[in-house]
Design a protein around this ligand. Sequence first.
Ligand code: ATP
Ligand code: MG
Ligand code: FE
Length: 351
Amino acid sequence: MKILGIESSCDETAAAVVEDGRKVLSNAIYSQIAKHRPYGGVVPEIASRNHVAKLPGIIEEALEGAGETYDSIDALAVTYGPGLASSLLIGFTAAKTLAMRLGKPLIGVNHHEGHLHSVFMKEDAPSADEVFPMLGLLVSGGDSSLVMMRGVGQYELLGSTIDDAAGEALDKAAAVLKLGYPGGPIIQKTAEGGNPDAIRFPRGLDSVDRGKWIYKYDRELCFSFSGLKTSLLTHVKNLDHEPEGQELADIAASYQEAVADALTKRVARALKRFEIKSFSCAGGVSLNKVLREKLTALSEKTGVPLLLCPPALCTDNAAMIAGAAYEKARLGKAMGEPLDVNPNLRLADWA
Ligand code: ATP
Ligand code: MG
Ligand code: FE
């Protein structure tokens, strides 16, 4: 089954054709990063205008790259949330119109479900019964969550960030250090050669109120990154100069270490608590070298296999949307037709 996926939830305009949920036949992406860089973050109005301009060409590129046509694909898939409403609407409207015009099914996909599915999108990925139940760490620009994945589409949130997402924490740090946007890759680069133990930045929610709950979530499985960001701000203000060279590298390395350490600690706790066959990490921050090293070391120490996302599919793309859509269709969970976008769609909404 070949699915044409469309993704426009934030600032990547993307389309892809995927066969049977795993085989990526094409993966076309127009990244708008350069358009938003002057503003230090994504400007919704600029994002949606660029989606309008670029999406038709990107869809054609995806079809051509896969050697497919509108007639030869079996279904369409589209992200319907979460994300920026004005961005989601462009991809959603295009997909709905195409599905109607072609008389083909349209499968609505939760963007975060797409990220979680992306760890399966490689030739040598294990089959579902080898890996579930699986603990998923989703670390993106808009979310940081620990998810119990009992099977495809059977997901339960164990804990989540109570303020900033991990990616957001890195983006904000790069802004504080005047390094540019997006922050994740720049912090990683700046941290090279830096000492990760130079400054002890806080690992949020670590020290107080152990055993308490936040809403229905166990506090020990939740994340908090806003204190970390403030701590960096205070550190930089207290210097009487702009950090550069080795000092800047030490700050970036220590900050990156705090983010990766906070994430890995929660995963380690969850591995102890739950009976699982494997764990995984997906989303843009899963590209991070230090985080990958820490999770790999944890996997070696515990003997629990780790699934990481292929680097090309860590940040936003439409292949993961088409992949997740296939699983939904296979299990008969596909929506007949998603009625509208939902900018605040939550993980629990799609089970
Ligand atoms: P969401 O998926 O929650 O809607 P998003 O789609 O904006 O958010 P992604 O595309 O998954 O998020 O990831 C973007 C984030 O990944 C950014 O915050 C970026 O800084 C971060 N990122 C990218 N590369 C790296 C890296 N090498 N190390 C750490 N973070 C990174
Ligand atoms: Mg993006
Ligand atoms: Fe994303």
